[in-house]
Design a protein around this ligand. Structure first.
Ligand code: AQP
Length: 362
């Protein structure tokens, strides 16, 4: 059993095998009570204002799972710099994202919420895993190809090895479950492959993680081009930001691209715009697509867009309200992030030390 005492917060951490036995935090720190819960890890990049896609595909699911797992929610700022960021804006967005996690219902006293760049284990394990990843595997990653097309003037090595850093994020904590949108399936698969390869050589070091994909809204599409994923780095009218004002949400919904027919039915191939709106309503209002098709029989696209706007506003307004309050106390947010980064660092040593021993660094 490993016992860690973290001097600044007097948090005591007992780790036995794969089980966090007790983590008692201070006001700003986490409290994970004695439990045998499995470990959940996920992250979001502070590369822009979060979108409805990030909310439905990821954050909302974090919320549903936070009681069942020991959760680690990371602000993955190291991933964000694979695309050029303005430093002062990135600094603000890191805090903004931590605040959005909390405002969306993630309890900062129960979950470990911290910034990736404050825990060096991510970068350390990333390097080791780079040496266990084949270029042929990375060449197959579709997100790299998409990002290259979007940023032809900055095709950097970080963009190419992004999936390895993501594997390091996940494997660093013995993660069992990774809730992500379906766009991250390929990256999760490579994380599993790298872990399996490493374990095949050195024995059982890494837990092989499973993905968790919600029932609806695993791929929210762009409002201006419903054949593409909604992305925070896309053009303004293509996404709804989690912090958009209600009138902005209504305007964007009104302009959402549909088709030249009039019938409201779910058909991703023939009617991607209408299907996207139906999926958004279904995900946020907990109604099935079939029920919605019945509800909108004989109605027009204007009705559908109004309903989509209502549902999105109702979901985001309380989050926005809470977010505003949290951002008014940046000192609290920063203290919470600093304390949690210390705890995450201590946690990361367990796997990192094991890896270093196995490969001959210790
Ligand atoms: N459109 C989406 N539908 C469902 N889930 C989505 N996610 C992102 N977009 C959608 C999920 O949100 C989590 C965090 O994503 P991320 O910010 O780390 O990276 P991303 O997938 O590259 O998101 P963006 O918005 O497209 O960012 P940029 O524009 O910076 O590249 C992930 O679980 C993701 O699946």
């Amino acid at each position: 059993m490993d016992i860690y005492v973290i001097p600044r917060s007097f948090t005591v951490l007992y780790i036995y095998d794969n089980i966090v036995l007790l983590v008692l935090g201070t006001k700003e720190g986490v409290k994970m009570q004695e439990n045998t819960k499995k470990i959940l890890f996920s992250g979001v990049q502070p590369s822009g204002t979060l979108t409805l896609g990030n909310y439905i595909g990821a954050i909302r699911n974090f919320n549903l799972l936070q009681d069942e797992y020991n959760c680690i929610f990371c602000v993955v700022d190291m991933h964000a710099i694979t695309v050029r960021q303005e430093p002062s804006l990135l600094r603000r967005r890191r805090l903004e994202l931590a605040a959005l996690y909390i405002a969306s219902g993630l309890d900062p006293e129960k979950n470990l919420i911290y910034c990736q760049s404050q825990v060096s284990g991510h970068a350390e394990l990333n390097w080791v895993l780079c040496c266990f990843t084949y270029m042929g595997e990375l060449n197959r990653m579709t997100q790299f190809k998409d990002k290259v097309a979007k940023h032809p003037d900055n095709i950097n090595a970080g963009l190419y090895t992004y999936p390895v850093l993501m594997a390091a994020d996940i494997l660093l904590f013995g993660t069992d479950l990774v809730p992500v949108g379906s766009d991250q399936k390929q990256h999760l698969e490579i994380a599993r492959d790298i872990a399996t390869r490493f374990n095949g050589i050195y024995g059982d070091v890494f837990t092989i993680p499973d993905g968790y994909f919600g029932k609806a809204g695993t791929r929210v599409m762009s409002l201006s081009d419903p054949l593409r994923k909604m992305s925070k780095s896309d053009t303004e009218d293509s996404f709804i930001a989690m912090l958009d004002e209600p009138d902005v949400i209504r305007r964007k919904m009104k302009r959402a691209v549909t088709d030249s027919e009039t019938e409201i039915r779910f058909d991703r191939e023939q009617k991607p715009g209408v299907s996207n709106l139906l999926e958004i309503i279904s995900a946020l209002d907990n109604v099935s697509i079939e029920q919605l098709e019945q509800e909108f029989a004989g109605k027009g696209y204007g009705d559908l867009k109004n309903r989509a706007a209502d549902v999105v506003i109702a979901a985001l307004e309380p989050i926005q309200h809470e977010h505003k309050k949290l951002m008014a106390d940046k000192a609290y947010l920063q203290t919470m992030l600093d304390k949690n980064a210390e705890t995450a660092s201590k946690l990361s040593y367990r796997i990192l030390n094991k890896v270093y021993r196995k490969i001959g660094f210790r």
